[in-house]
Design a protein around this ligand. Structure first.
Ligand code: ADP
Ligand code: MG
Ligand code: ZN
Length: 603
């Protein structure tokens, strides 16, 4: 605001000066008046038709007896008398030359100074503004929200997460009726840590706690503590807690606390000193709460593994609330919440969508519904139908369709066999997932895709399941080998996935006969740059070689299985590939019709 006001004043100044200059130039001559030669002036004056002559420097203004004004010039430094005028016939008036002209001269010489002055003033003001900003760095950027009854987030807005809600109900009680707990000597918990994968509703739940308790909610993200200047983070923490205490009972919500709460002393990069100070300050503040300070710190992270143990000590974030990805029932409940306010067709089936989305978080599901709404609008329809839901789900899962990516006939044929290969193996192997759809319309980076999805959520996998899954992954490549006796690059991401899965089977799940039930290497998904760069390989060269051997044998075995399966179903492979070439897409029912014998196995 201040900045723009400055600008306005600055521009205003320049405009006023410009206008004044223009006026001073324009104002001195009025070009409407006719100019006549000096000889005629003298003639006219002497013949008595001129009333008055006004001399201003060398300029003459002539007023005739008939009331018309003329203009003329005389030679410099000669008087009108010398020029031969008869002073008895006419009034001659001599005026000072200056008048407006002087004013203009002075002003125009002043203008550069004025401009410079204005410019300096302008810069100074701005520099001062920046200075003010620097002064406010130390103040926390926490946003305080006191939710009113209308916009309030409550536990009703959070579907599923029953255990989490139960834990947090207690926190709400502490905030609402502290005396009830204090009177029997119970200590009010200081910190609650919400743990869970991104999008599972941690931020939402924290807001709901504040809404339920009706207390102000101070919201700051861990990364906002970390700035360029050392010490800023710590003073922001101080400021944040001071504000919260003033407004107690209150909730301080630190989102993404792993940004500051990462294990100390192990950070890479330059900013870990700053992080340490910030973290220390948080700990100091939490320790410093009086037992009856009614401020509860809620923090959220999806990286509990990297948190500093000091944060997790009793008296700090000693309450931990786990949020998991929702199961099918909870997914349905989440969909029910988010479909509210969106117009839908009567036949819409959210249960089906919930069943089709194992592994989706609340945020993913919300995204699917939003995509469906966008698609509906783009189809110029008023209500969301099942068709848009399906389309939206595919778009979220596989990326947008790219109809204008044109495959050559040969590429189309290879892709058709490749996808048919994946689909057939997934369908006929005992542990394969049902095939929902095959398509050779490009999506995202993929040329084609086979959408197979488990019938229900899976939590446990057996070795047999994994080895069938590997065969499915290699099915595309196997089909290419079988039909074209050649391999294309189209299978490279399949190979990568297969290799990763094979490696996990050996090093994570103890599924190799040679190596037995031992875990090798660090927990590579959990290791974050800051914590553990070395020590990942905690096994010998010899073991490494065996792992590689085992990996090769597992993957080769899967490939053999894939090839054998496709040979057995060669007829179907041809038929399905042909159909794909013709129609580009095969839906589940049509696909299963190719296998009348194994249809019932998978329901
Ligand atoms: P996180 O903080 O865990 O990454 P958010 O709380 O930001 O996740 O969730 C993102 C969005 O997903 C929320 O705004 C909400 O709309 C939706 N969402 C997530 N989980 C749920 C849930 N259990 N019930 C309803 N909506 C949810
Ligand atoms: Mg969040
Ligand atoms: Zn493939």
């Amino acid at each position: 605001m201040r900045f723009s006001l400055n600008k306005i004043i600055g521009y205003g100044l320049v405009m006023i000066l410009g206008a004044a200059l223009l006026y001073s130039i324009m104002g001195t001559d009025s070009s409407q008046i006719k100019e006549i030669p000096l000889s005629q002036v003298i003639e006219d004056a002497n013949s008595g038709i001129v009333d008055k002559i006004v001399i201003k420097g060398d300029e003459l203004s002539i007023f005739s007896t008939s009331g018309v004004e003329y203009r003329s010039r005389k030679e410099p430094s000669t008087s009108l008398l010398e020029a031969g005028i008869d002073p008895t016939q006419v009034i001659v008036e001599v005026k000072d030359i200056s008048g407006g002209a002087i004013w203009a001269t002075v002003l125009s010489s002043l203008i550069p100074f004025l401009l410079m002055f204005g410019f300096l003033w302008f810069i100074l003001r701005q520099a001062q503004g920046a200075n003010n900003q620097a002064m406010s760095f130390g103040r926390s950027k926490a946003r305080m929200t006191l939710q009113n009854n209308k916009t309030k987030t409550t536990f009703k807005d959070v579907a599923g997460a029953h255990e989490a809600k139960q834990e947090l109900t207690e926190v709400v009680e502490f905030l609402k009726y502290p005396s009830k707990f204090l009177s029997i000597g119970a200590k009010i918990p200081k910190g609650v840590l919400l743990l869970g994968p991104p999008g599972t509703g941690k931020t939402l739940l924290a807001k709901a706690v504040a809404g339920e308790a009706g207390v102000p909610f101070f919201n700051i993200s861990g990364s906002e503590f970390v700035e360029m200047f050392v010490g800023v983070g710590a003073s922001r923490v101080r400021d944040l807690f001071a504000k919260a205490k003033r407004n107690a009972p209150a909730i301080v919500f630190i989102d993404e606390i792993d940004a500051v709460g990462r294990q100390r002393g192990t950070g890479l990069g330059g900013s870990h000193d700053e992080r340490e100070q910030t973290l220390n300050q948080i700990l100091v503040e939490m320790d410093g709460f009086e037992t009856d300070t009614n401020v509860i710190v809620v923090a959220a992270t999806n990286r509990p593994d990297v948190l500093d143990p000091a944060l997790l000590r009793p008296g700090r974030f000693d309450r931990r609330v786990l949020l998991d990805k929702p199961d099918v029932k909870d997914r349905q409940a989440i969909l029910d919440i988010h479909i509210k306010g969106k117009p839908v067709e009567g036949d819409i089936n959210l249960g089906k969508l919930a069943a089709q989305t194992p592994g989706f978080t609340g945020a993913d599901l919300q995204n699917v519904l939003n995509e469906a709404a966008i698609l509906t609008a783009r189809h110029n329809k008023k209500r969301i139908s099942q068709k848009e839901l399906n389309e939206a789900l595919e778009k979220v899962l596989l990326g947008p369709e790219r109809h204008n990516k044109v495959l050559s006939e040969a590429e189309k044929k290879i892709t058709a066999y490749h996808e048919a290969g994946h689909a057939i193996i997934s369908h006929v192997l005992p542990n394969g997932d049902p095939v929902h759809k095959i398509s050779i319309v490009s999506r995202g980076v993929a040329l084609g895709y086979t959408w197979n999805m488990p019938q229900s959520d899976k939590y446990l996998y057996s070795k047999a399941q994994f080895s069938d899954e590997l065969a499915v992954m290699l099915g595309g490549r196997a089909a290419e080998m079988l039909i074209f006796k050649e391999i294309t690059t189209g299978a490279s991401s399949d190979l990568q996935k297969a290799t990763e899965l094979g490696r996990k089977m050996i090093t994570r799940f103890g599924m190799s006969d040679k190596l037995g039930p031992v875990v090798f290497g660090g927990q590579d998904e959990l290791v974050f740059l800051g914590r553990d760069m070395h020590g990942q390989r905690n096994y010998s060269e010899k073991v490494a070689a065996v792992i590689d051997e085992e990996l090769a044998s597992i993957v080769n075995e899967a490939e053999t299985k894939a090839l054998a399966t496709l040979k057995k179903y060669h007829k179907e492979l041809e038929a399905i590939a042909m159909r794909l070439m013709k129609d580009e897409v095969i839906e589940r029912d049509d696909f299963e019709a190719f296998f009348p014998d194994i249809q019932s196995q998978k329901e």
